[in-house]
Design a protein around this ligand. Sequence first.
Ligand code: BGC
Length: 377
Amino acid sequence: MSQSMRAVAVVPGTHEVRLVKETVPGLDGPSDVKLRILDVGVCGTDREICAFEYGTPPSGSEHLVIGHESLGEIVELGPGVSDLRLGDLVVPMVRRPCRHDHCRSCRAGRQDFCFTGDIRERGIKEAHGFMTEFVVDDARFMNVVPKDLRSVAVLVEPLTIAEKGLLQLWSLQERLPWACPHSAKEGRGHCHRAVVLGAGPVGLLGAMAFAALGFDTFVYSAEPDDHWKAGLVRSIGAHFVSALTHSVDQLRDQVGNIDLAYEATGNSRVTFDLLRVLGTNGIFIMTGVPGHRGPAPVDTDGLMRNMVLKNQIILGTVNAGRDAFEAAIRDLGVFTKLWPGAVGKLITGRFPVEGHRELLLGKPSGVKNVITFDSVA
Ligand code: BGC
C-alpha cells in the first residue's frame, strides 16, 4: 500500500491554503534521487502565492505544493547516480528547463536565463515544491552542502540571488578598469562602496556577501537605528542607515560614490529613488518582484542623463544557476567563520508544519522563518 505524507499547498480555485495528503513519491528514473526534506524557508514569494497574487499549480492539479528554499537529505538513489551518496545533505535548485530546442539557455543548463518563459519552478510555477516530507527529483538539480552547515543551509537558496548578481557584476564591470588593487589581500571589492536596499533575508545575506569581499557596505532600510538588525549589520563590519531618519540624498552624502546598489525590497518607489543617486560607473542590481501598484512619477530625464553621463548599468536578475548555488554554499561557510553566530541570527525560528498558516498568512515577523520536517532539528 502506498504511504501518504503531509504537504503545504495552495488551491487557487477556492483560495485555500492548507495541508494536503500526497502519496510518498518513488524514484521515476535512473537519475532520480529521493530526499527527506529537513528544512523549508518561508519567503515573500510564498506569501504572495498564498495571497493568490502569484503561483501556478502543475497542469492537471488543482493545488500547488509550495516551498522552494529547502534542505534535504538523500535517502534513495537511482542506479544512474554516481556523484551523490545516501545521507548527503543537498539543496535542490528551483527552476526546471523549458522543453524548446531553440532555447539556448535551457539547453545549456542555464534555465535561470530561459528565453521562452516556459520554465517550471518548484513550489512556484507548474511544479510542486518542497514544503512536504519527501521529494523525488533529478540528481542534476542537487547541490551538496557540507554537514557542518546543516543549521543554516536553508539560507543557500536566498543567498544565490546575491551570488548570481555578483557573478554578473564581475563580468559586466570588466568593461572598465574596475578591479581593485591588492584585491588578493584586501578583498576583491575593497575599493568599492555598496548600498543594500532592505534588511530582509535577501538583503542581509547580500550585505554579508559584499562585506566578506571587502566592499564598504551600507544597508539602507526602514528599521530604526537601534533595531537588532542594525546591530547585526554593524557586527559584520557594515554600516546601517535608517530610512526613517535619512533620505537617499543623505545616504549618498554619507556613502560617497555608490559603486554598487543591490535592491532587495521589491519596492519600486524606493528603488527608483535610490537609482537617482547611483554613482559614476555604478551598477544597480534589482532582485525584487513588485506587485502592481500603478504608475508613480519618476524623473525620467534625470535618470537617463545619469545613466548616459555616468556610464551606469541597471541589472535585473532572477533565479540562479549552479555556479551561484556553489558560490552560496562556499560563502555560507566563509560567513560562519568570519562572523560566528551572525548567520544563525537570520533564522528567526523553526516551526512544525502545523504552524504554516501563521507563517504564510499572518503578519510578517523576524527574518527567516523555517518549517522543519526534521524531528531531531
Ligand atoms: C525564487 C526564485 C524564482 C523567483 C521567481 C524567487 O522567490 O527565489 O528562484 O525564480 O522567485 O519566481
